[in-house]
Design a binder for this molecule. Structure first.
Ligand code: HEC
Length: 116
């Protein structure tokens, strides 16, 4: 192999590798960490991955936000600002504010919910 064909094959390999990171970029969710925060914050009193409780199931939330690019931000805002909500039984209250301001924890939580 001469120098120029070696150079172009290196170039192609690098191009393929970087293209796949751009396009595939799977969001990695740390499920265990998310479940721990979920339990510690008593989110499970009102949410379940696939059953409707006082609040919507994660399946329902994920379906509502599917394909929406601002889903993660919306969920983080919801979890951190305590908006007024209506429970399934018609009662109104302020939503629970999650007990963390760590952006990594919040992002993981939002992506875990959206992964359902
Ligand atoms: C007292 C019951 C209750 C608790 C506890 C609770 N939630 Fe909720 N949550 C609700 C209800 C009810 C809604 C639906 C609000 C609406 O759509 O108006 C909701 C909605 C949501 C949504 C969807 C917002 C949207 O835009 O559709 C997310 C995300 C969420 N909760 C996350 C959490 C997390 C994380 C916790 C724990 C920190 C938590 N919730 C604790 C009742 C609760």
């Amino acid at each position: 192999m001469n120098y120029s064909s070696l150079r172009s094959s290196v170039f192609v390999t690098v191009a393929i590798a970087s293209a796949s990171t751009v396009f595939a970029a799977p969001v990695k969710v740390d499920v265990e960490a998310a479940m721990k925060v979920f339990k510690e914050n008593e989110c499970h009193k009102c949410h379940n991955p696939d059953k409707e409780k006082k609040g919507p199931s994660f399946k329902k939330i994920a379906a509502k936000y599917r394909g929406k690019p601002d889903a993660e931000q919306k969920l983080i805002k919801h979890m951190t600002t305590g908006p007024r909500i209506k429970l399934e039984n018609g009662k109104e209250e302020d939503h629970k504010i999650i007990d963390t301001e760590d952006p990594i924890v919040l992002k993981n939580m939002a992506q875990w919910i959206l992964s359902h």
